[in-house]
Design a protein around this ligand. Structure first.
Ligand SMILES: NC(=O)c1ccc[n+]([C@@H]2O[C@H](COP(=O)([O-])OP(=O)(O)OC[C@H]3O[C@@H](n4cnc5c(N)ncnc54)[C@H](OP(=O)(O)O)[C@@H]3O)[C@@H](O)[C@H]2O)c1
Length: 339
């Protein structure tokens, strides 16, 4: 049994992560940390978690194997470092931090403490994306020339995302988000996914957004053009104002293509089409709303037991953050940013 503690009991833990943990036979949620004892107690009662804390120090002393950090972006670093000092393995939400210095410090504290650090890029867990990666590695579609990935959503009739209030008001604060809304929310996921699929690094970024100005610092729509070290070009689109968005992944190789239809989603869903000179194949995946989250927790359970590597390491989290921060800068300054 892997015993988990969870930090910052907001929407993500409440509706996705803790239910996904509870769906797994070898996973137990043993403790929750909130800044308020009342919120910790309420969350513990709702999810049948035996211990609830409002002190990070006491939470860190609890006997558990791993901690899931789901705080607002700016607090990932502080919470991760505290848990590393407490000797816990950590699966931290994305973006791993809001600046590169904090991201490095997180990785360093985990290394120093001898604990495992994973970044929760759940798109990597989707079997369609794992299959796409192994197909690319076989070489049957040739070297990859161009990739596009889009993750957007929205509401018909709404020109802007809904206002979040109370404990969720940080979603409108650039200093807590890391200077961007849609780029830090879903753009970074797609950037990380493409880097993982191509097993390559992004070296150059140009971005356009409808934010990153003095009047409107936060974007609800952005397009990022990326160049990889091996020459592949990728385009990433993210946003909160496209209700009918096709959240597809398309990978064009010299000798074929891979298309993930609607696989870029919190849900495990969609299908994969692979085309080569000689044939076209289609792969279906059973829809599972919490499937990618359950698979990411399952992976980290195995990491804790020493049976697998993390799906996304601190190093991968650092690279996706440096690319996303470069995109934010590019959108502000109207320049191409080298990484
Ligand atoms: N990978 C994914 O698919 C995915 C999906 C959604 C979200 N996320 C990530 O998960 C994280 C949490 O998202 P969420 O939607 O759950 O957030 P949320 O519901 O808005 O807030 C989470 C919790 O953070 C605490 N909090 C709020 N303001 C704070 C502040 N100023 N300082 C310290 N703590 C504060 C609150 O808990 P207490 O005050 O009770 O401690 C709140 O309930 C974010 O980093 C987000 O990017 C990832």
């Amino acid at each position: 049994m892997v015993r988990w503690g969870v930090m910052s009991p907001g929407s993500h833990l409440d509706t996705k992560i803790v239910p996904a943990m509870k769906s797994l036979p070898d996973t137990e949620v043993v403790a929750v940390f909130s800044r308020s004892q009342q919120r910790a107690d309420e969350f513990a009662e709702r999810h049948d978690i035996p211990f609830a804390y409002d002190s990070i120090e006491s939470f860190g002393k609890h006997d558990m194997d791993a901690v899931f950090v789901a705080s607002p972006n700016a607090f990932h670093s502080e919470y991760t470092k505290a848990m590393a000092l407490a000797g816990k393995n950590i699966l931290c939400e994305k973006p791993m931090a809001i600046d590169l210095k904090s991201a490095s410090a997180m990785t360093q504290s985990c290394e120093d403490a001898g604990v495992k650090l994973g970044i929760a890029f759940n798109l990597r867990a989707h079997p369609a994306h794992k299959q796409a990666k192994s197909i690319i590695q076989t070489g049957i579609i040739g070297p990859i020339v161009y990739v596009s990935g889009q993750w957007a959503f929205g509401t018909h009739g709404a020109d802007a995302p809904p206002q979040r209030t109370g404990l969720r008001s940080w979603w409108h604060d650039p200093t807590v988000l890391g200077g961007s809304d849609s780029l830090m929310a879903t753009g970074i996921h797609v950037i990380d996914l493409i880097c993982d699929l191509l097993d390559d690094r992004i070296t150059e970024v140009t971005a356009l957004s409808n934010g990153q100005t003095e009047e409107k610092p936060l974007d609800s729509l952005a397009s990022v053009c990326c160049k990889f070290s091996k020459g592949t070009i990728a385009n990433v689109v993210c946003g909160r104002i496209i209700p009918d968005s096709n959240n597809d992944l398309v990978i064009y190789g010299r000798d074929g293509f891979i298309k993930g239809n609607d696989t870029i989603s919190e849900k495990l869903q969609g299908n994969l089409i692979v085309g080569t000179n000689t044939e076209t194949s289609e792969y279906e995946f059973d829809m599972a709303p919490l499937g990618n989250y359950a698979l990411e927790i399952e992976n980290f359970n195995k990491v804790v037991r020493g049976e697998e590597d993390v799906l996304a390491s601190g190093k991968a989290g650092y690279h996706s953050l440096e690319v996303t921060l470069a995109a934010v800068r590019s959108a502000w300054e109207g320049v191409t940013v080298q990484i």
